[in-house]
Design a protein around this ligand. Structure first.
Ligand SMILES: [Ca+2]
Length: 402
């Protein structure tokens, strides 16, 4: 969902780095105790006129140590695109997803009419979020959010999420004993954070409760509404796999930027089946998750919408690829060789620092291959007559003597 930390941490291929993800330096600040933190919640709840029930809930909050260790766990090796997709677009996802398309045929068709999101996309999000409800998470959402809210790194974000949850409880939108989810506070079939639940969730089965945990109708309807509200374009696809010509002119195309589809056609880009790109006024962005030697994609508006749901480009690619596979559309070529990324977090930090020293601005070194790093690497490659794909491959590391 909007703030899916697990996916963010697993993916080094971030299109946009949320300010939330960047932990402020708090080395010299003492962390307040959980009890002090609860006092703070108490004061805010009283100020906002919450009932005794909510104050009691606050009194009963307990920290979950595991949440903090999960939150701090930044693996040294992030997953490559191939590793990411192989895990999330498995045969199980495809076969079970097709079953879900049949099971919910009428509902999904109604949702498409009302919200403009085609069935395979809703089912694809469902598959990626919780494997169709199999992994909804069993942590106490109240305690998970309280734990993260009392940790100084992103206290303000998680405190707001916690209070959105109080709001939903106070207004009897959700049942307090249902509040289970991931360690980061995402809940139900579609892993909604409380703010998303508050803003976008819909009582699809009209029983006067929003039950995104047990009611598949509520969960799928809420997802369709959410996607529609954040800008999903009716009738448009997410993007497609493409083939770049061997002489592709990387200097003419920046990354994380859109160009008319016709410009890519003129540059010799074809569909993955080596056919001409469709003639359309669509704007498209070139995405090379593994550099010029890997899969190439042109992505459209709905890809950006998917990234509003989850900031990872690998996630957004996986949603599109699974959606295509669910309806038997020409899928993405084999990702069977799930090679790891050719760099570690530490190596990437060294590369970023070195590029910064040389005047190629890659932002504060964080070990993550994000838009700033792509831009800096591309500029370095152009200046050094390397293939300017923005990808930190061996050639780049060698040229930088790292
Ligand atoms: Ca309901």
């Amino acid at each position: 969902m909007q703030f899916k930390q697990r996916s963010l941490i697993n993916s080094c291929f971030l299109g946009a780095i949320s300010a939330l993800m960047i932990a402020p330096a708090l080395a010299n600040t003492e962390q307040p105790s959980f009890e002090q933190c609860k006092d703070r919640f108490h004061q805010r709840a009283q100020k906002q006129n919450y009932s005794e029930d909510i104050l009691k809930i606050i009194d009963n909050l307990t920290p979950i140590e595991r949440v903090i260790s999960l939150d701090k766990n930044q693996p040294e090796f992030a997953q490559s695109f191939a590793q990411y997709v192989k895990k999330r677009v498995s045969d199980y996802h495809v076969n079970h997803g097709r079953k879900m398309l049949k099971t919910h045929k009428t509902l999904l068709s109604d949702l498409q009419k009302q919200y403009g999101v085609a069935p395979q996309y809703i089912v694809s999000f469902w598959g990626l979020e919780t494997v169709f409800g199999r992994h909804k998470g069993k942590m106490s959402t109240l305690n998970s959010l309280a734990t993260l809210a009392c940790d100084q790194r992103r206290s303000s974000y998680f405190t707001d999420e916690l209070f959105d949850l109080f709001y939903l409880i106070e207004n009897k939108t959700v049942d307090v004993d249902q509040l289970q989810g991931s360690w980061a506070g995402a809940m139900g079939h579609m892993q909604f954070m409380p703010s998303a639940l508050k803003k976008y969730a819909i009582d699809g089965d009209k029983d006067n409760k929003i039950n995104v945990w047990q009611s598949e109708v509520d969960a799928l309807t809420s997802a369709a509404n959410y996607l529609s509200q954040i800008g999903w374009q009716r009738g448009e696809r997410w993007g497609r796999e493409v083939k770049l010509p061997p002489e592709f002119d990387f200097a003419s195309f920046e990354f994380d930027k859109k160009y008319p589809l016709s410009k890519f056609a003129q540059a010799g880009v074809q569909t993955a089946q080596h056919k001409a790109l469709p003639q359309s006024s669509m704007q498209a962005e070139l995405v090379l998750p593994n550099g010029h030697n890997g899969h190439a994609f042109l992505v459209y508006n709905n890809f950006d919408v998917t990234m509003k749901w989850n900031l990872s480009k690998n996630y957004a690619l996986a949603v599109g690829i699974l959606a295509d596979k669910l309806i038997g559309a020409p899928g993405v070529g084999s990702v069977a060789q799930a090679q790891p990324l050719p760099f570690s977090r530490t190596k990437m930090e060294q590369l970023q620092a070195k590029l910064n020293d040389m005047g190629f601005k890659s932002g504060k070194p964080d070990g993550v291959w994000g838009p700033n790093s792509r831009k800096a690497i591309r500029a370095f490659q152009l200046e050094n007559e390397l293939v300017a794909d923005g990808f930190p491959n061996q050639e780049v590391f060698q040229a930088l003597q790292l």
